[in-house]
Design a protein around this ligand. Sequence first.
Ligand SMILES: [Fe+2]
Length: 319
Amino acid sequence: MTQVKHNDVVQAEGIPVYTLAHLSDPHLTSLDDVKMRELLNKRLLGYLSWRSHRREEHRAEVLQALVNDLREIQPDHTVITGDMTHVGLPQECREVSAWLSSLSDARCLTVIPGNHDAYVAAPWGKTMGLWTSYMASDTAASLTRDALFPALRERGPLALIGLSSASPTPPFFATGRLGVAQLAALERLLQETGARGRIRVLLIHHPPMKHAIGWRKRLTDGDALCGIIAKHGVEMVLHGHTHRSVMDKLQTDSGEAPVIGVPSASGIGLKPGKRAQYHLYHFYDGPWGRRLRISVRGYDVEEERFVAQGTRQSSLPAE
Ligand SMILES: [Fe+2]
């Protein structure tokens, strides 16, 4: 594997100009010490779900093996597309905060929230707000919850655009919503970064398209998002939420943009297709245009480590 250990764009045939790692849904916290009084709402359902099967599926040793693999490969940047916690409790968010800082500094790591992180309405500053340095725009004028997204973080040739589809939902629902204000700001951001020729990578927890997930778990304003993408273009969309591998496409004015989801980063794989994987996206640039090579790395139960599980070539929409 070619390693690129700096953020400068290297214009050379055969060498990726930038390598981005994508993992999702680590659900890295434990609810072992949770107090019953903290579960007097929808969180009780989440806790029971964790007790009955999620704690068997999401394993700390799998996530640690992924972290060890990342440390060896040293991608230029890593993105995590949400669901760091199980029920978004303040102590879970503190645990995530410590884990994030042990993984990387905010220059090389970008995070967006998922529906589990916004399980019920909770004080922002004591929950997801603790991860602000990993989520906020490079030039954020305001770090309030409402002003944070969409967030623009420019790294190498990439414009990483983080969205938040995480909002509390009624019991038995795991839908997401972006809202009118976030969509309007996204339109402006896509235009502005597109005009500057950046490789725009959209990060969102919920998959944008309806067919990717069941009705109870859908992005409720996904059609509006797809309309904006079709109009203003994007080079790539990365998501989580499905806990399964997804390789999809969205039509834009300048060509098809890949829409990619990864399984949970901590999944031991009790159900087929749910064992942990993460992706490395190697971006190439040259006279033949922009190219993308995707390396899939997955957890090997026998070897207790992540191993190469194939590569895919893909084109990116033309500039
Ligand atoms: Fe999840």
